[in-house]
Design a protein around this ligand. Sequence first.
Ligand code: M6R
Length: 360
Amino acid sequence: EKAGHKHFMAKEIHEQPQTLKDVLDAYLDDGRIAPPATFDWTGIDRLTIVACGTAHIAATVAKYWFEKIARLPVECDIASEFRYRDPVIAPGTAVMVISQSGETADTLAALRHAQGQARTLAVVNVAESSIAREAEVAFPILAGVEIGVASTKAFVNQLAVLLMLAVRAGLDRGAATAGTEAEWVAKLTALPGLVSQALAVEDRCEALAHRLAEATDILFLGRGPMYPLAHEGALKLKEISYIHAEAYASGELKHGPIALVDRTLPVVVLAPTDALFDKTVSNMQEVMAREGQVLLVTDAEGARRASHGVWEMLVMPTVDPVLAPILYAVPAQLLAYHTAVHKGTDVDQPRNLAKSVTVE
Ligand code: M6R
């Protein structure tokens, strides 16, 4: 049942090239992005995305995409905050909820709160769930059953669906930055192969695990869409290895967290070579100047330009920066997984956590 893997989480990490291909096959049709459910983005002026945990992190990646590609303003909210805050839902707003299980109590309550005030959309894995049934339009992520409490393949497929919806919205709205549909289809189609190549960093992650397992705190840094990924790396690590981890936007480093840096602090820097690369590198140098142990996750070009003085590197395949969050989920997962395995924690069923949080 674990297909030769030690844990469901490992199996699910390794399934990602295939589960990603499955969702792309369902959403791409003959050079077009044609989701299995339809939503017309033309009358929408604003998008509010509501979710919990990893699904909320997927929402914060989607914010970058919807704003960049579709020029649609996006607000992301944690479901337990949204449902009780009496949020202003302006006319022309669409409210999207994201949930793997489709049964998360706060997310379901947030959806119910939005009903009647806004168009509602759901991005869900479990097709026959309450959230899938109650939303006006439900987009399936088709990741298959996810058993590990730490969400992996569902996160990657959520991202893929959200990117495709952002492109669809961009095309519907005639956003100049959307690019052509054919260009997007080509980029998306290359993704499963790239994710499969990204899995090659696993040996390195396993080799580093004993060092990370010794740490009491680990910092994750990123800029742009890599900032949410820093949150994903920190959340995965906390959940299954019980090591305290925090994520910061790289630019926030000198506004507080740099005070934590000393030679006992591993700092994971997620930095593909994009337009923000040099800025992230200069933050990384500030960490190294204070003897922080930098683990740089980058591509070959980044490794060539910024390896000097880093403790370790994970070299990822080169990818269009827009798609990088999907690829960089893999090292975030593998670092957490191997650190937890090294510590001997219960990876699939970490203490105090449930797969589906159906009570608030
Ligand atoms: O089923 P959902 O996507 O609504 O669940 C939301 C969170 O409970 C979930 O993502 C949680 O944070 C995971 N354990 C993260 O790995």
